[in-house]
Design a protein around this ligand. Sequence first.
Ligand code: UDP
Length: 242
Amino acid sequence: MVQKKEFLYEGKAKKIYRTDDPAVVLVEFKDEATAFDGVKKDRLEDKGILNNRLSALFFSLLEKQGIETHYLKTVSEREMLVKFLEIIPVEVIVRNIAAGSLSERLGIPEKTELKKTVLEFSLKDDQLHDPMINHYHIYAMELAEPEEMAEIERIALKVNQILVPYLKEKNIVLVDFKLEFGRHNGKILLGDEISPDTCRFWDSSSGEKLDKDRFRRDMGGVIEAYREVLRRLEENDTPAVD
Ligand code: UDP
């Protein structure tokens, strides 16, 4: 049994602790919600519990499909054990439908289906407001090697290919999402979390937002939406036999 040890790092939505195994850390999902680089803040009761469950579910699904992630196991309501990663400070955004900053930046109306999946990269730096960067910046700043970026892009697109049809079955459109990667024993692994905090999920029938945009846009019903996503994903998806 891996033991939780001293506190290592606190992010906006998670706290990280060392364990007695240097290759393993414990992630605790907090209830705090932030948006606009931390300018908007609130506590959303049970968000941490829901995101711990949802991330575990997505990581397990991806592992079954051959994607290597940092996820090891869930140890409590809010805690999971993960492989320790040397985080690559690049946020990878995958987009299927125009929304959020893409719509603002390029004037493509929200809800427009993109003819090709779009990948974007941002420097993970709150003080600089996570500026968008390209491969030239990544290599000039020595954030990652070209071979590593090729692997990151391959994994990001594969994750999208797995999650789009999986969520479609649950009547959810995967609009866009953010991934983070890190190095572990010379390999690139998928890290961070996959949850309604980091993805845009729209109900396929009504278009209703089931993600953090409800918080960003003061729409209310944030936790109810996260719970609804979890309910749909945990629903037995074996087709009824008559
Ligand atoms: N995203 C994220 N963390 C960030 C920025 C974006 O998880 O720091 C996610 C966001 O939830 C959405 C996708 O990445 O699913 C694309 O976000 P966008 O660039 O449109 O930025 P936003 O409109 O959220 O500021």
